[in-house]
Ligand binder design. Structure first.
Ligand code: NAD
Length: 511
């Protein structure tokens, strides 16, 4: 494995300066270069400010700060000849022609260096076609802001020399970040696995299942994510997120699991980009998001009886909140059903309950902070509305339209299913898929781990139900998910591959 001591950063913008900072902090000698010399000065000034701030906050001593800054220097030029540079990290503008031309020059100028690109959306294999020796290039995808986002995707192209992966991993580890090895595929891992949440949320919105603020509340309070999908889209800006959705979708030849939304396209064109334009899915005033009040459901919980269909725990919860809960259905009561992977009305009809007096409670929501209730299209508003006060007594309450499955189930199942598809195609290992989602997307739990905690069989049942109802191949359960569910395995359990039985295989065995 090549020993790395001297690193050249090419492109001293937002990413290049962050990478330079963490590399110098880790003890590497770092040359900072850019086609614009002012960018180099600005980057070095910025890093000096950051390092001094670390001293002020007690995170490093004055001597350590001085040593970090002494390891940084402005380079002569991005492509100045040097035989003592061990690693070049290219972080210039995201433009294929620009990156290829710089890499081709660097191949000659720095003959002994490993070449790395911080591209977020270009294929490493395609970038490498500019090189005489494509084996010298590896993807090193840092996240913004680099010092805080402690994940790096290490992306070998099809022709990258395998030992570069080990060297890249040791650099990432020395920097104190987590390196995950990802196949050179559209969106790499994080931008791929992260497509399920926004695309399903936008699909729900286009079906008028619920308003953005309600979908966000469901995702936060039922699924436990820190930020709802529409808050996140507003923060990132649709001008950034929508093209990523389109690129990853096109890159996988229009896989319906990754389908972007015409809603996002229209909003992007209209300039409703999010925080940066003052209006997205929410409005912003002086950077502050508008607050959208929760509806109030006030009445005496005991005023109307409810019948709870096959959920004794929830019946007990309602009783202890003062509700009048009947043991059997009654024309005077509102019935509650608990749909999994189907609309509430279907379950009501199957159970012999009148859909006009039935509401669907998402069973995923019954023990949490927020109860999510689907309103069948035939619900009688006058007869069912009084029951909402009963349901709002133990927790916050969100109403949604009745659809192919409850909102939280749809979002969770599509997230887990996409992660399983990624595991199946070997884009990353199950552990790295979860680590990538946690560190790169801020999910409290990786999607495979989340699938395990709810149960792979339940996720499969939800998807099969939605698929049967809609006929939309977006919801087809992936083979990894189905196999692990059938066999009762953890979704993070590695599958035995034929090659595992061929340890001493000869040259005729399949790869
Ligand atoms: P930036 O615009 O902040 O900085 C790019 C820098 O490259 C500028 O200083 C520019 O002067 C310099 N540059 C342009 N052409 C050059 C050339 N021919 N030679 C030398 N320098 C040149 O961009 P950024 O946000 O730092 O992004 C850089 C790379 O990192 C892109 O590939 C981007 O996709 C990727 N990336 C960005 C983010 C992010 O959130 N900003 C996250 C991950 C990866």
């Amino acid at each position: 494995m090549a020993a790395i001591e001297r690193i050249r950063i090419v492109g001293a913008g937002a990413m290049g300066r962050g990478i330079a900072q963490v590399a110098a902090t880790a003890g590497y000698q770092v040359e900072v270069t850019d086609s614009d010399p002012r960018a180099v000065t600005a980057a070095l000034d910025f890093i000096a400010t950051m390092v001094r701030r670390s001293v002020d906050r007690g995170r490093c001593t004055g001597e350590e700060a001085a040593a970090i800054l002494a390891r940084l220097c402005p380079g002569v030029s991005p492509t100045a000849p040097a035989d003592d540079v061990d690693l070049v990290i290219e972080a210039v503008v995201e433009d294929l022609a620009v990156k290829q031309s710089i890499l081709a020059e660097l191949e000659i100028a720095t003959p002994t260096a490993i070449l790395a690109s911080n591209t977020s959306s270009l294929s490493i294999g395609v970038l490498a076609t500019a090189l005489g020796d494509p084996g010298r290039l590896v993807g090193l995808h840092f996240f913004n802001p680099v010092p805080l986002m402690r994940l790096v995707e290490i992306v070998p192209g099809l022709r990258t020399r395998p030992e570069l992966v080990d060297t890249a991993r040791s650099v990432v580890e020395r920097i104190g970040h987590t390196g995950i090895v990802v196949r050179d595929t559209p969106g790499f891992l994080v931008n791929h696995v992260g497509r399920a949440l926004p695309t399903e949320a936008l699909t729900l919105l286009s079906e008028q299942a619920a308003a953005p603020a309600d979908i966000d509340r469901i995702v936060r309070d039922v699924l436990g994510l820190r930020m709802g999908p529409f808050e996140l889209l507003d923060l990132t800006g649709l001008d950034v997120s929508h093209p990523v959705m389109e690129t990853v979708f096109a890159g996988f030849y229009n896989d319906p699991r990754l389908r972007p939304s015409p809603l996002a396209a229209a909003r992007t064109t209209a300039g409703l980009l999010g925080r940066k334009t003052g209006e997205g899915f929410y409005r912003y005033d002086g950077g502050e998001r508008e607050s959208i009040a929760e509806p109030e459901f006030v009445a005496d919980p005991a005023a109307i009886p409810v019948y709870v269909h096959e959920h004794p725990e929830f019946a007990a919860t309602l009783r202890s909140a003062g509700a009048s809960v009947l043991e059997s259905p009654s024309p005077a009561a509102v019935s509650l059903v608990f749909p999994v992977g189907e609309p509430a009305y279907r379950l009501a009809v199957r159970a012999g309950l009148a859909p006009s007096r039935t509401l669907g409670v998402d069973p995923l929501s019954v023990t949490g902070k927020r109860l999510v209730v689907a309103v069948p299209v035939t619900a009688d508003p006058v007869a069912t509305a009084p029951a909402l006060a009963v349901l709002a007594a133990p927790a916050a309450l969100t109403l949604t339209a009745d659809g192919p499955a409850p909102v939280a189930q749809r979002i969770l199942a599509t997230m887990v299913n996409l992660a399983c598809a990624i595991a199946e195609s070997g884009i990353a290992t199950p552990a790295d898929i979860d680590r990538g989602a946690q560190l790169g997307l801020g999910y409290p739990q990786g999607p495979l781990d989340y699938g395990d905690s709810v149960g792979a069989a339940l996720i499969t049942r939800i998807l099969d139900g939605i698929h049967a109802y809609t006929g939309d191949p977006r919801y087809r359960a992936n083979g990894w998910l189905r196999t692990h569910a059938d066999l009762g395995l953890s979704l993070r359990a590695r599958e035995t591959r034929p090659t595992d039985l061929m340890r001493n295989r000869g040259s005729h065995a399949p790869a």
